[in-house]
Structures are given as C-alpha cells and as structure tokens.
Design a protein around this ligand. Structure first.
Ligand SMILES: Nc1ncnc2c1ncn2[C@@H]1O[C@H](COP(=O)(O)OP(=O)(O)OP(=O)(O)O)[C@@H](O)[C@H]1O
Length: 374
C-alpha cells in the first residue's frame, strides 16, 4: 500500500464569498506519497500558488479537506502543520546572519550545536552559499537570498517541504546545477516536497509526478514521461513539451480499407485500417470530427507523406527547428542535424500512426495515443 503523506480532497479556493468571489482553485483532488517530489506546473494565474498556500495554511480552504501525515490540517494555523516553506517574498530575518537564518528552526528545536553546524554546512555547500553564511541578508544578492531561504526550508525536519519558484532568480547555469543537487538532497533524506514552477524543464528534471493546472483545474497528474506520451487532454498536450505539440482539426472517414484524416485545405492523411486497433478506429470514426496532435520530434521529412512549404529554418546549435505551411496552418519539425532548407522549399512530411494523438474537439479529452485508446 502506498504511504500517503498529503491528501488534498476536493479543495476549492474562492477569494471573496464562496460561489461569488474569484474561483481560483476548482475541486482539486491530489495525493502525494511519502518521499515523492511533485511539481505544480501551470501558467501565471492558474492557481498553483493558491493551492500551495492552502496546504501551508497561509490561505483558508473554501471547500474540501487537507490531510497531512494522517492529520486533518486544513483548519490548523501554519505553525501547527509541520510544513517547511520557501517562497519569494518569504523574507529572511534582516537582523541575523544568513547562517542564523538557516539554523533558526533547528536551534528552536534544541538540536545539539554540532548537529546544527554540520547540517547548515551541508545545505550551504549544496546550494553554494558557504561564503555568505556570516553576512546579513540585506548585503547579499537576490539570488543568494533565495538560496538562503531555500536552505532554511530544506534543512528542517518537516512532514512536507513546499518550494514556490525556488530558483526563479538564479542564472540558468546555476539552476541546472542546483536542480540535480536539490533532487539528490531531497531523495537522500526521504523528504516529501511540492515545488511550484512555470518552468517545465524544472518540473521534468525534479519531479516524480507533475500536476498540470490551468484555470484552477488539475488537468493531469502523472509522471513526466506519461504526460509527454499520454497527455490527458489538448491542454496538457500543447502546454507540456517544447516546442509545443502540433495540432490540426481533422475529419475522419473510411474508404477502401483506409482511414482518411481530412485536414484543412484538402490535405488528406491516409492510413491502412489495420494500423489502428479496432476500438481506436471505432472511437475516431464515430466522432468524425477530431483534433490530431503530433510532437515536433515525431514529424519526419521523407518520401511519400504530405506536402508542406518551409517558412522558417533555425539551427539552434544542437538541433534544427523547421516550420512549414501545412493544412492551412503551420507544422513544426525538430531535427538533430543542420537542415539545408530555405524559405519556400517544398518538403514532404510523414506522420506515423504511432505518433498521432487524437483528441475530442469539444471536450479536448484524449481519444487515443498512437495505436491504443487513451
Ligand atoms: N488575494 C487574492 N485576491 C483575489 N484574487 C486572487 C488573490 N490571489 C490570487 N488571486 C487570483 O486567483 C487566481 C490564481 O492565482 P495564483 O496566484 O494561485 O496563480 P499562480 O498560478 O500561482 O500564478 P503565478 O504563477 O502568477 O503566481 C488568479 O486569477 C489570481 O488573480
């Protein structure tokens, strides 16, 4: 049986009166296992910070319940929840050194001095802030303050660690280095952590599971690989993945043993019926109108296929992004080598059944991924 550390049950957040105010979080259900790292990922205003703050106790829960480590906590004040939190604006105490800021909770818990010292040393080394430990917060940079705040949270023995955009102010190189170290630190100590981020690279690199949010709704809660391979709906399909998934409206029909996907501009993709499982065929054909999605890495140039006309070709140093006019829209392809293509060149592109994601155009829900049902 999984050991559940956090259980968020049907939680809503209204700013203002329930049912009337801003409905920032809508009926979220989420469980986090002990030792798991979760990323709350979504665009600005999707409700991630509100969710985190309700778990921490800084915002009241409008509806629903939250259990942490077997205790019902949603009515408890923050100090009674045993949660450690690092977030922007959660300022360090200006009158004590960075070292004393980081050590504060451990000293308050009366841990032996030698243990406090060694734990501060470890976390400071991990976050590359050893050299500023004896300075005061106002005399260090924003990025250093952010790491000190992160250290202060990570050093604590808490049931849950909440990290809100913990690396937002750091240089990309340092962020890449620290991501790996922070993950190792959390895993080595068996901590349970929720990270809020709008950076999908960070979510993919750090998290065991990603909770994708949009418009206050939990859109999908799954491992990074599953979200990429089996997006639950058009939103996650197009939000997660860089460059984003290509999507095209299509109407599906069958003719002479072939499935036809009729795209805009009279473009028709043809597949032998046997390329799709019977239940997938039936599901697609019964709807007729669908949206098909294909990841840029899965679009291949070659013989056969459908024609597209290059509108842009960019070499990014390690990969090429090609954009081409296709089905009265644009298709983006990623290739690993430099492509000798100019604007206006005609290419043929193939979309394999294995790489097609099919969605319901009304609900946005996934119908199939590759040859199997969603
Ligand atoms: N105190 C508040 N009063 C009224 N509305 C609020 C308040 N705080 C947040 N909101 C609204 O609730 C919604 C969700 O906000 P929230 O801060 O949780 O989103 P977010 O995904 O964390 O965004 P960001 O990444 O920009 O911080 C937004 O529409 C926001 O304007």
């Amino acid at each position: 049986m999984t050991d559940i550390m956090l259980n968020i049950e049907n939680v809503d957040k209204f700013y203002g009166p329930v049912g009337v105010g801003v409905h920032a979080v809508k009926g979220i259900d989420m469980q986090v296992a002990r030792g798991e790292i979760i990323a709350l990922l979504g665009s600005s205003g999707c409700g991630k910070t509100s969710t985190l703050r309700m778990v921490a106790g800084f915002e009241a829960v409008s509806r629903g319940r939250i259990h942490l480590a077997g205790r019902e906590v949603h009515m408890l004040p923050p100090v009674k929840r045993n949660v450690a939190m690092a977030f922007e604006g959660y300022s360090l105490y200006p009158t004590v050194t960075v070292r004393d800021n980081i050590a504060f909770a451990l000293k308050a818990a009366r841990l032996p001095q030698s243990e406090v010292e060694s734990r501060v040393r470890d976390v400071a080394q991990m976050l590359e802030i050893t050299d500023i430990l004896d300075r005061f917060p106002t005399s260090v940079s924003g990025g250093q303050q952010q790491r000190a705040s992160l250290a202060r949270a990570l050093i604590r023995d808490a049931d849950l660690h909440l990290l809100d955009e913990p690396m937002g102010q750091l240089e990309p190189q340092l962020r890449t280095l620290l991501r790996g170290r922070i993950k190792h630190f959390i895993k080595e100590r068996g901590l349970t952590a929720i990270l809020v981020t709008h950076d999908q690279t960070e979510a993919n690199a750090l998290a065991d599971r990603i909770a994708v949010m949009e418009d206050g709704v939990l859109q999908q809660y799954a491992s990074p690989a599953e979200i990429k391979e089996r997006p639950a709906n058009l939103f996650t399909g197009t939000f997660v993945g860089e460059p984003p998934m290509n999507v095209f409206p299509a109407s599906a029909s069958v003719s002479a043993g072939e499935i036809l996907l009729n795209l805009a501009g009279g473009l028709v993709l043809r597949y032998p019926e046997a390329e799709f499982a019977p239940e997938v065929r039936q599901s697609i054909l019964s709807r007729g109108d669908v949206v098909i999605g294909v990841r840029p890495y899965a679009v291949h140039r070659g013989e056969g296929g459908a024609e597209a006309q290059v509108v842009a070709n960019q070499w990014l140093g390690d990969q090429t992004h090609i954009a081409a006019a296709f089905a009265e829209s644009t298709v983006v392809l990623v290739e690993h080598d430099r492509a000798r293509l100019s604007e206006g060149d005609r290419i043929r592109i193939a979309l394999k059944p294995d790489d097609l994601h099919v969605f319901d155009p009304d609900s946005g829900m996934a119908i199939s991924h590759g040859r199997g049902l969603a």
